[in-house]
Write a protein of this length. Structure first.
Length: 237
């Protein structure tokens, strides 16, 4: 089966300096694939390059067999790729429901928008309770729920999550990662960048380890979790 997302020899520059250097990986339909590595390794840059917000100057970004490297971001979203950035980027003076509906801007069918909204509210019942509340009055965990929910509103074929647990209290980290696990159980295709290496590998099918803009290790998530090198570098063992 052809991967739904395949990255081949990707290179990205900042200020003329290469920060992503020949990265290659692939995501199959229904998989949860994680990219892990230390801060500054280039994980977020890879996701931004896929979405076209940070242009790659070399390599291929193949989505359903089509090279999308030079497409505008809006067209990439319409094809079925959705990116939930670590900054959340909510509209604070707007309500929870208004923020969610913004995520459905690529959908013209009002009935489908309503169906997607109910799906998000079933996934995050707390958001339904707060649907008329302004986004800037929510807790950090609730704001992350809105960010993920907004991403789901566009019916993504691939959902890319960038550090969804960043800055959250431990109990909320577990809650967010449980949501990712629930989406995985529903066979959603997920590309996950996370700082919590152990928890991320535990819920992923496959993992790629990035250091200084290069993939240094890859394989089934369970094997990576049991690797002495990964345990020493990221798990303090």
């Amino acid at each position: 089966m052809e991967p739904i997302l395949k990255i081949e020899d990707l290179w990205v520059r900042y200020s003329g300096l290469p920060v992503i250097q020949g990265v290659s990986f692939e995501v199959n339909r229904g998989e949860t694939v994680c990219i892990v590595g230390s801060n500054g390794a280039g994980k977020t840059t890879i996701l931004r390059a896929i979405m076209g917000s940070q242009r790659a100057y070399q390599g291929k970004i193949l989505f359903e067999g089509r090279d999308i490297r030079l497409l505008p971001t809006e067209e990439i979203v319409r094809l079925g790729l959705t990116y939930v950035p670590e900054e959340k980027m909510l509209f604070g003076p707007m309500t929870v429901e208004e923020n969610l509906l913004i995520g459905a801007y690529v959908i013209d069918d009002e009935a489908k928008k309503k169906e997607n909204l109910e799906y998000v509210y079933n996934l995050f019942p707390r958001l339904k309770e707060r649907r008329t509340q302004l986004a800037n009055t929510l807790s950090g965990g609730e704001q992350q729920m809105v960010a993920i929910g907004r991403g789901l509103m566009s019916n993504p074929k691939v959902l890319m999550l960038d550090e969804p647990s960043l800055g959250l209290a431990p109990v909320l980290v577990d809650e967010v990662l449980d949501t990712v696990k629930k989406l995985k159980e529903e066979k959603m295709t997920i590309l996950l960048v996370e700082q919590n290496v152990r928890e991320t590998l535990e819920i992923s099918d496959k993992g790629y380890v990035i250091q200084t803009g290069r993939v240094v290790t890859e394989g089934p998530a369970r094997e990576l979790l049991e690797s002495p090198e990964i345990q020493k570098a990221f798990l303090g063992m």
